[in-house]
Design a protein around this ligand. Structure first.
Ligand SMILES: [Zn+2]
Length: 408
């Protein structure tokens, strides 16, 4: 049951008439097909198969070739799909042409790598958005990648013919300067781009290199001792350019720049932001130390008024938990009494001590915050609790103060 591979010799056929040779479950074998199977690192063609002169249509969900049998898998088949029935094949042409563009780009890149850089391509994958090839070399320099990209696009501009020769015997194919050794014995399709590439390949190809339109190498990275080159070609390369142009245009507006000045403006802004960050950090340190001293004075006065040791307490509605921790750090340099600080940000409480208090911070949070509309945790010497609303936080602080009073 040999299927004539019309996709090799008629790669532009979007519709084709065929006859069913066999049916097995949802799988069909046809006398001829324009659907290219999954092969050589790229997925299969998709589309529809309609029974001739009827409305009975099946969607093609997969096409695969095993042991020379090319099978079309359909979503479901109505009873009319029987051996001998005539069918009309319709290709998802947008998908096919995208595959043809990116597939031929791989031929061009691999051919240049082989003929001009003496590097073999050991693997190809045509993904849904990006394609990769594995150049058999541990390193490709930025200059080599740039040359490869330039030369590949030159080959596209030259609109070189893509010559397909179907040969019956291996010996006939071996007469060609093939880039890779042959894997098949008969019905060999040799694909030649004059002066660029020559390899056996059964996929559908555009008639000339011009149809690739554009190829852009996006990156190269080390992969199993080789270099994996990621690229886009054809309409994908245009989409990639459009998306990136949009990003650059948006950045230009944001930084009041153009392509010539954008990077400089971003560098200047980044340096300014870094200086501001350093200055803010310095100010936070000064502020925290100052606030710690203020709270310590208040604590001493309260201790005198109450005639007992008092914790250091303070409320800073606008500050973050990290800011509270910074103030507490300075306070602990001057006192062994517990420090209890709060904020309106996440209605948080931070409690800590130098280790000389018997207050067990983490345990108090687990006992009196978690389960009382709060969450948090910590160690014996420092813990934090965050609450849903301020009244819950204030209750927790009251409990802490009562505990400390009991300990005093
Ligand atoms: Zn090919």
């Amino acid at each position: 049951m040999t299927t004539i591979k019309q996709f090799q010799t008629n790669p532009y056929a979007k519709n084709w008439q065929a006859r069913i040779l066999s049916v097995s479950g949802n799988r069909l074998v046809l006398d001829q097909t324009i659907f290219a199977p999954e092969a050589g690192g790229q997925s299969c063609d998709l589309g529809a198969i309609r029974l001739m002169d009827t409305d009975e249509t099946a969607s093609v969900t997969y096409v695969g070739e095993t042991n020379g049998i090319l099978e079309h898998t359909a979503d479901s088949l109505s009873p009319g799909f029987v051996p001998g029935a005539e069918v009309l094949l319709s290709l998802d042409w947008a998908r096919r042409f995208d595959h043809m563009q990116n597939h031929l780009a791989e031929h061009i890149l691999s051919g240049i790598l082989y003929s001009r850089f003496h590097i073999e391509n050991k693997g190809f994958h045509l993904g849904a958005t990006l394609s990769t090839l594995d150049a058999d070399t541990p390193d490709l320099s930025p200059e080599q990648l740039s040359q490869l990209e330039d030369q590949a696009n030159q080959v596209i501009y030259q609109a070189l013919p893509v010559e397909i020769r179907i040969l019956e015997k291996k010996e006939d194919a071996n007469a060609f300067p093939l880039r890779k050794p042959l894997k098949v014995e008969e019905d060999i399709s040799v694909v030649t781009i004059p002066g660029v590439d020559c390899v056996a390949c059964c996929c559908p190809h555009p008639a000339t290199t011009a149809e690739v339109g554009l190829v852009k190498i996006l990156r190269a990275e080390h992969y199993k001792g080789m270099t994996r080159v990621t690229f886009v070609a054809g309409a994908r390369a245009l989409s990639d350019y459009q998306a990136k142009h949009q990003i650059v245009s948006q950045l230009n507006r944001q930084f009041s720049a153009d392509e010539a000045t954008l990077l400089d403006k971003i560098r200047i802004q980044t340096e300014k932001a870094e200086k501001t960050k350093q200055s803010l950090y310095a100010m936070k340190e000064v502020f925290s130390k100052d606030q710690a001293l203020r709270l310590l004075n208040k604590q001493r006065e309260a201790a005198l008024a109450n005639g007992r040791q008092m914790p250091v307490t303070g409320h800073f509605p606008e500050l973050s938990l990290d800011d509270l921790k910074r103030i507490a750090k300075y306070a602990l340099k001057e006192t062994d009494q517990p420090v209890i600080l709060s904020t309106d940000q996440s209605f948080a409480v931070f409690l800590t001590h130098s280790g000389k208090s018997s207050l067990r911070c983490g345990q108090l949070v687990r006992e009196f915050a978690v389960g009382f509309g709060g969450k948090g945790g910590g160690s014996d010497t420092q813990a934090q609790a965050l609450f849903r609303e301020p009244s819950l936080r204030d209750n927790f602080i009251d409990i802490l103060l009562a505990q400390l009073k009991a300990l005093a």
